[in-house]
Design a protein around this ligand. Structure first.
Ligand code: MRU
Length: 342
């Protein structure tokens, strides 16, 4: 993608992390320069940088910022990591990246920057591989009479270090000249589908149609959808997958309409310490995101709200998980282990 969502500017000792402020898209392309850990924390918390892999990459660079100019680098890295770990609870890539940064020796800014860059580049490579493995699914299930690809939230280039996870097969198909078209759920309440997925797919020349979340059932019944593919924030050992709220709805609808439902995610999104989806921590978001999102009040003052940011799709509803190591199909604990741990 022409716009860079995450970039390190300058050298290790004095440089800083530059993040595309995704809260301003699609209207404005503006950047946040992060020179300290609280600024990185806020950027993650307020979703300026978001999407599980991108959160992990930003946190890795945040560790570099955290040790700059500090003689007590060990303590500084511990502090930075503890602070960043408290930003968002569901995306396991965040904790994976922080653990990886804590293994680095020596713990100086230069060595940490090399590691953060590696985290970034490896993610881009995993996205490419996911695209290659997912392309076959697009060939088989989407295009022409078979219908479009439906996705939810943004698991695209903006959410990763590369071409996205759920979007990677779409970009791969587009590059091959396959006539792939995409329906993007707008994704209440923060509209990542409308603001981000529609934005990046259109910018790349992919045929994209925006729908409200509650239109998906009708669109499926009309036979317009050949397959559904979404990203994930954390996948438990048995294949249960947490992703943006509303993903589970799509999986249920897909089953009812006989449409295959896929999840695309790198191995860094799997959490083998969590046996099943019931143990995945689900982030709760502020009431205002529902009642006065984007500055316009749309609900009575004082109304009670409940706002889980993610839901868990049970593995039984997922036909396959597309990873950089290949397809996990069928989705169960044994197959997850076989594909990811060989
Ligand atoms: O709250 P967000 O915007 O961070 O939620 C993002 C998602 O749910 C994505 O689908 C997921 O992180 C995968 S990104 C490749």
């Amino acid at each position: 993608m022409a716009i860079r969502n995450i970039e390190w500017i300058g050298d290790a000792a004095t440089g800083h992390l530059r993040l595309l402020d995704q809260t301003r898209l699609p209207g404005e392309v503006t950047y946040l320069d992060c020179r300290d850990v609280p600024t990185v924390f806020d950027a993650i918390r307020r979703l300026s940088v978001r999407g599980a892999p991108a959160i992990g990459i930003a946190a890795a660079f945040g560790c570099v910022v955290g040790v700059q100019g500090r003689s007590d680098a060990d303590a500084a890295l511990q502090d930075a990591s503890a602070r960043l770990a408290a930003s968002r609870p569901t995306a396991v890539n965040l904790f994976w990246a922080l653990e990886r940064m804590k293994q680095v020796r020596p713990r100086d800014a230069e060595t940490l920057l090399v590691e953060a860059r590696a985290v970034h580049e490896e993610d881009a490579a995993m996205c490419r591989r996911i695209g290659e493995h997912g392309l076959e699914l697009v060939r088989r299930y989407a295009g022409g009479e078979r219908g479009a690809v439906l996705t939810h939230c943004n698991a695209g280039a903006l959410a990763t270090g590369g071409i996205g996870t759920a979007t990677a097969p779409m970009y791969a198909a587009h590059d091959e000249g396959l006539p792939v078209s995409v329906f993007a759920d707008e994704t209440r309440p923060l509209l990542q589908g409308a603001r981000l997925t529609a934005f990046e797919l259109a910018a790349a020349g992919v045929d994209v149609t925006l729908i409200c979340d509650d239109m998906a059932a009708q669109v499926m019944r009309e036979g317009r959808i050949g397959m559904v593919i979404t990203g994930a924030d954390r996948i438990a050992a048995n294949g249960d997958a947490a992703n943006k709220i509303g993903t589970y709805n799509l999986a249920v609808l897909a089953k009812h309409h006989g449409v295959p439902f896929f999840v695309a995610a790198p191995s860094t999104t799997f959490d083998f310490d969590t046996p099943d989806g019931s143990k995945i921590p689900i982030e709760q978001r502020a009431a205002e995101e529902i009642t006065e999102g984007f500055g316009t009040r749309t609900a009575p003052v004082g109304v009670k709200t409940y706002s889980p940011a993610f839901d868990v799709t049970p593995h039984e509803l997922i036909q396959a998980i597309v990873t950089e190591k290949g397809l996990i199909e069928p989705v169960d604990a044994q197959r997850v282990r076989e594909v990811l741990r060989g």
